[in-house]
Ligand binder design. Sequence first.
Ligand code: HEM
Length: 256
Amino acid sequence: MDVIKSKETQTAYKTNEDLLSRFMASSCDMGFEDEQMRKFLRDIVISFILAGKDSTSTAFTWFFWLLDGHLHCKHLIRKEFSMLVTSCHHTHPLNLTFDDLKKLNYLHAALSESMRLFPPIPINSRLTVDDDILPDGTYVGKGWFADYSAYAMGRMERLWGSGCREFKPERWLDGNGVYQPLDQYKYLVFHGGFRMCLGKEMAYLQMKSVVVAVMHEFEIEVVGGGGTPERMVHPPYSLSLVLSVKNGLPVRLKKL
Ligand code: HEM
């Protein structure tokens, strides 16, 4: 609350580009009293922090686990961002801009593919407020839970074809290597419809910039071996609200 109050005294929040300033600037005509507005902003910030922290860190963990078992993909990711840095005339990947990061098609595909197999939020639930009939004719009564598993859906042959259990970033790319988003209801990693994740684009942006920064500086080796096709048959997961790697993911970093 103190941070919000101190920002209110700086008129610069209307032009500042940090997230809180943006929320403040876009909420000022909502008709709230001062204190109501502060609570509203506090709740938005807390929900963004809660929703965005464990989800992205879980996604990173599986991503690096999978890369360790798919060295060709690791090589393609490094090649893609190194070429981008050169073509944009930057001296360091940390100088890549928002628009530059959007050009990392292969990395975007590899992140999507990793989350298809290991969705950070593996199971999700809804409680019905009224009787309803789903589009396929299934009856759902008032007060019932309707659950879905993004983990199971990401491994269904009917949806992803015979190679559904393989890590193949290429399935997200067209013939020119450009990333092709798929139907949000086939890929429910970020949920779908009105209550879809509000931080999806931010999550990709954050993950791309972190992957590039880390991989530019270090070679990452998973202690005990990463997600080779053989190890992927029985992945070491631990199921909670998020899909963690069981006992964490110890890695060795070698400075490049
Ligand atoms: C890989 C990372 C992420 C994944 C897989 C993910 C996934 C999801 C999912 C499945 C939901 C729906 C939850 C539900 O309604 O039951 C959700 C909601 C939400 N996410 Fe994310 N999320 C990620 C990152 C982020 C980030 C970085 C932010 C913000 C900085 C964020 C903000 C939100 C918010 C505010 C909602 C609630 C939307 C609403 O109820 O209308 N998420 N996310």
